[in-house]
Design a protein around this ligand. Structure first.
Ligand code: GDP
Length: 307
């Protein structure tokens, strides 16, 4: 027996982390064992996709794709494999590029936005650690000055990772923190600044204005704001989509980081996010540890969900 390849390990881990989301699809396959395909099978599949938060439009599309590809005399337990291919094809059609934009030769800025509690601070630390491991110099900016705990938490992560973090005054101006951090990074030729932002202000309008201000401030420097990543909590399902729309409309979002995928029961939300927000999912948070951040791969994800 040879050693398990790196890709194989990656896929197996994702599968293990997505155990809750894959459960209903594994259950279908068990129930369908040695059964011929009939209308009831299609009803069960439709119901399972809808319950997984895939959304009605995409569910209809996937059903059509799968139905057109399986023979009438086929056994139902082969459907999962065909469904995985259809999900992968749908994801690939949604977006051809999911890699994080990074322009060599300048200081890049990746800003994280999203409501409180979704995992922004944790994701900032995970991202910084990942990029540092890849050989890039990284600076963290704690621009959530409205919640002292957020800056403290980022400070703890930064200490553990040996990454510098720029913090501002409590209740200070988030734009000023971002500006100071980016200026310092430019002056020192640092490759990347990861900016954690506030998730809640007195009201939504203020929050959106504040985020717009932070991104304007960054754009006034010579650094490049190459990603604005919207962090969404997979466990909130369709409810999270309503708030997400506002961020997408107002904060110039370039990609989604879907967190807590390990605790979520409805992994189909990835498809709903992409069809409703028209923004690609770029990363998945699959646990609380710093290494629990994975690049979103349509093939691996589809297989982990339904196969
Ligand atoms: P923020 O308010 O958006 O900055 O959220 P935090 O980064 O403080 O995270 C809120 C909680 O979610 C913390 O307890 C994190 O450990 C947890 N968390 C973040 N990402 C993940 C994830 O991918 N999986 C799990 N299980 N927990 C996560």
């Amino acid at each position: 027996m040879g050693e398990e390849s790196e890709d194989h390990v990656k896929r197996r881990r994702l599968r293990e982390r997505m155990v809750k989301s894959r459960a209903p699809f594994s259950e279908l396959r068990r129930r369908w064992h040695a059964r011929k395909i009939d209308e009831e099978v299609w009803d069960e599949l439709e119901e399972t996709l809808l319950l997984a938060d895939v959304g009605p439009t995409t569910t209809a599309r996937l059903l059509e794709a799968v139905r057109s590809r399986v023979g009438k005399e086929s056994l139902a337990d082969g459907i999962n494999e065909v469904l995985a291919q259809a999900i992968c094809a749908q994801l690939e059609e949604n977006s051809t590029s999911r890699s994080l934009v990074f322009d060599e030769g300048t200081t890049n800025v990746w800003m994280l936005v999203g409501v409180n509690g979704v995992g922004k601070t944790t994701t900032a630390a995970k991202l910084a650690a990942r990029e540092q491991l890849a050989g890039r110099s990284v600076l963290l900016a704690a621009a959530d000055t409205f919640r002292a705990a957020a800056a403290e938490q980022l400070g703890i992560w930064a200490d553990q990772l040996g990454i510098e973090v720029i913090r501002g005054q409590d209740r200070g101006d988030p734009g000023a923190v971002a500006f100071d951090a980016v200026q310092a990074a430019v002056a020192r030729n640092i490759d990347l600044v990861v900016v954690d932002t506030a998730g809640r202000l007195h009201n939504k309008k203020n929050l959106m204005e504040e985020l717009a201000k932070v991104s304007r401030v960054v754009q006034r420097t010579s650094a490049l704001l190459s990603e604005v990543l919207l962090v969404l909590d997979a466990t909130t399902g369709q409810n999270g989509l309503a708030q997400a729309r506002e961020f997408v409309a107002r904060a110039g979002v370039t990609g989604v980081v879907l967190t807590k995928v390990d605790g979520a029961a409805k992994g189909g939300i990835v498809l709903a996010i992409e069809s409703e927000l028209n923004v690609p999912v770029k990363l998945l948070g699959v646990g609380e540890a710093v290494e629990d951040l994975v690049v979103f791969d349509p093939h691996d994800f589809a297989a982990a969900l339904v196969e």
